[in-house]
Design a protein around this ligand. Structure first.
Ligand SMILES: [Zn+2]
Length: 355
């Protein structure tokens, strides 16, 4: 039997950024939080054929258009672009559907976002219904970190594993769980497990969450706080005395140059990640933890401490064979995952008999 070759459009809306952009500071958070929309045309083997990234449309602009209209127009412009048309031309391919990944709590039954931490205008908007009506294609909506985790299982570092957790270290810290070879679809907020009682204030309203100690935002805030208290660091000169220009990329570069504050901050992040991972190992009995997101650019700066701390704390029989792996999907992970998840959710059309 021959299954029709299918292409999938995926759209990921998130605040996730690369290491060079992680400078979301408490004073500037509204100004500098990145909100990107990545749109991808993927083949059913997980290859990306065409992609485009743009700032997520904002409904606070003068425009009278609603967020769903803006997003739909974005997608139509992507489909009309020369790159996408050329990727589709000459192939006997159909677009199978649209996979949408959004940071936040998802109502899968009704195809909408209940609560998005960074695009509040999406809350309650019937996204699936709107996209299905406008594009006449099946639409699946999933949490962006869950989509990332599914991508690792589908074609990434978790391809041959059945039980693992994916942590995405970007501006914040997201996570998804693959359990018995499939995505655990329940809403999970791994980045908001408490690591330090009465610890740092978190964007979720709680205190001491893992995200507040091991994310792009966390390491930048930690460095600025130390610089404000007069810590000696190469960073003071590198940012010309303006501490608020510090980015996670700059911290990484000065760490490579031997700056003790920068090295300590990465080491600390690894330690806190290790505590969180020990909790995950003890609760879930997983085989591996896969770490992705923009901050894995600094992998060598935190991974040893992470491994040491997690092995020290986790229940020994559960952690004896644990694998700590780097994501292999890089910047398109969420988009690829949303494509795989869509294929998993919709039936495969059959157009002929090969025998
Ligand atoms: Zn939190």
């Amino acid at each position: 039997m021959i299954a029709l070759l299918r292409h999938i459009i995926t759209i990921i809306h998130s605040g996730d950024v690369r290491i060079e952009d992680c400078y979301w500071h408490r004073y500037w958070r509204h100004k500098y939080q990145d909100r990107n929309t990545k749109t991808v045309l993927a083949a059913e083997d997980g290859n990306v054929l065409s992609s485009h990234q743009s700032p997520t449309p904002s409904t606070t602009d003068e425009s009278a258009e609603s967020i769903d209209d803006l997003l739909i127009n974005n997608l139509k412009a992507f489909l009309d672009s020369d790159e996408t048309k050329s990727a589709l031309s000459g192939k006997s391919a159909d677009i199978a559907g649209i996979g949408i990944g959004v940071a936040g709590i998802i109502d899968r039954h009704n195809g909408l976002v209940i609560q998005s931490p960074n695009i509040s205008s999406l809350n309650g908007v019937p996204l699936r219904e709107r996209f299905e009506k406008e594009l006449n294609l099946p639409v699946v909506i999933e949490n962006d970190a869950n989509a990332y985790a599914y991508g690792e299982k589908w074609v990434g570092a978790g391809k041959n594993l059945d039980n693992f957790v994916v942590l995405t270290l970007g501006t914040g810290l997201g996570g998804g769980i693959i359990y018995n070879g499939d995505l655990f679809e329940g809403p999970v907020e791994i980045g908001h497990m408490t690591i330090v009682p009465s610890g740092r204030y978190c964007t979720c309203g709680s205190y001491g969450c893992l995200e507040s100690y091991a994310s792009g935002r966390a390491i930048v805030e930690r460095v600025i706080s130390s610089l404000e208290k007069g810590a000696d660091s190469m960073l003071t000169e590198r940012c010309n005395g303006n501490f608020y220009k510090v980015t996670s990329k700059l911290i990484y570069e000065t760490a490579l140059d031997g700056d003790s504050l920068s090295r300590e901050v990465f080491r600390e992040a690894g330690q806190f990640l290790g505590i969180g991972i020990a909790n995950l190992i003890n609760i879930l009995g997983i085989d591996a933890v896969i770490i992705g997101g923009g901050l894995i650019g600094g992998w060598d700066m935190f991974v040893e401490e992470l491994k040491k701390e997690s092995l020290k704390r986790a229940f020994k029989p559960l952690s004896a064979n644990i694998q700590i792996l780097k994501s292999s999907l890089k910047e398109n992970a969420g988009s690829i995952g949303a494509a795989g998840f869509l294929l998993h959710k919709i039936p495969s059309p059959v157009i002929g008999d090969a025998n």
